[in-house]
Design a protein around this ligand. Sequence first.
Ligand code: MG
Length: 355
Amino acid sequence: MDLSTVRKRLEERERLLSPFAARSDASRGREAPEDPSPVRTEFQRDRDRIIHCKAFRRLKHKTQVFIAPVGDHFVTRLTHTLEVAQVSRTIARGLNLNEDLAEAIALAHDIGHPPFGHAGEEALAELLPQGFRHAEQSLRVVEQLEHLNLTWEVRDGIVNSSKVREDIMAQAWGTPFTLEGQTVKLSDAVAYINHDIADAIRAGLITDEELPQEVSETLGRRHAERINTLVCDIIEHSWAASGEGPPVERTQVRIGMSERIAAAANALREFMFQRVYLWEGRREEAEEARQVVSLLYGHYCEHPDEIRSDFVIPADPVWRRAADYVAGMTDGFALAQAARLGRRSALARGEFQRL
Ligand code: MG
C-alpha cells in the first residue's frame, strides 16, 4: 500500500474547515524544503517536533509567577503551556479552524522564556546590547538553537504571541497572520489570568472572596466557570472566523472578545497586578532573580569556555552565547550555578520557598 494515503486523507479532511482556516497543504512552507511525512500533515509534524525537543522539556522547571516554588501544585511554564494549548484547541475547534496549527503554536509560544518568569526576562532585556523579548527568543530557539525547521505559519504565531501587560486585547508586539495564531495569543491570557489566581490563593496572598465583585459576577466565581465564560465569549464574538455567519472578507475577521468580558478580564488583571504581581514580597524575590541572571550573564561573558556548547551557536559573539545559555536555563539550574559561583542568594538558600 501507499502509506501517504494517510496524510492525503488528513489533508482532505482539512477541506471541511472554515474557509478562513490555515490549511496545512497550503502552508508557505519551511526554510529548508523537506519531503512530506506519509502519515502526518505539516502542522502535525511541527507539533511533534516541538514536543520532542530539549527546550520543551526544560519548561517543566521554569517559573510562571512564583519562583522555584516548593508546592507541587504551582503552575510551571510547562503546565501553563499545556493549558494554553488546550484552550487554543477548544476555541479553534469551536470556530472550525485548524486545531493542529493552534496546538503547535501554543506548545512553542513560551519555549524561549528565560528562568524566573518576567523578572528573568526584564533582567536580560536590560543586560543585552539589543534587548530581550521571550517571543523573539522562542523563535530563535526553534529556528537556530533546536533547528526544528518549522512551517512559516507556526513561526509567525510564535513570534507574534506576546502581549503588553496592560491590556489583554491590545495588538502590541504584532498580530499573528493566521486566525489560529490569534487564537493562541488570546488563549495565553485566558490561561494565565486564571491559573495565577489559583496560585495566588495557594500562596495565601488572596482569597476567592477578595476578587472584585465585577469580576466574579461577569466571569464567574470558580476557576472552571471563568475559563468557560472567556472561551465561550471568544468563540461567540469571533464567529465570523468559522465562515458560517454572513459573508465577510478575510481581512475583517479577527479573534477577539466582547467589550463587557474584556473589561472584566482587564479588571481582573489589574487586581492581580496590585495584589500579586507587584506585591512587596514578590518584588524582593524578583530583585533576587534579577541579580542571579545578571551574575550568570556577566560570568559567562567573561568565561565563555564554561558555556555548554550544545545550547549555543559556537560562532556567535560571546554576549549572544552567554544570553542563549542563561535564557535556556531552568530556575533550579540557574540557582545552582549562582550558588556554585559563590553568590549564596536568598533564593538559593530557599528563603522565598515558604511561598
Ligand atoms: Mg504564555
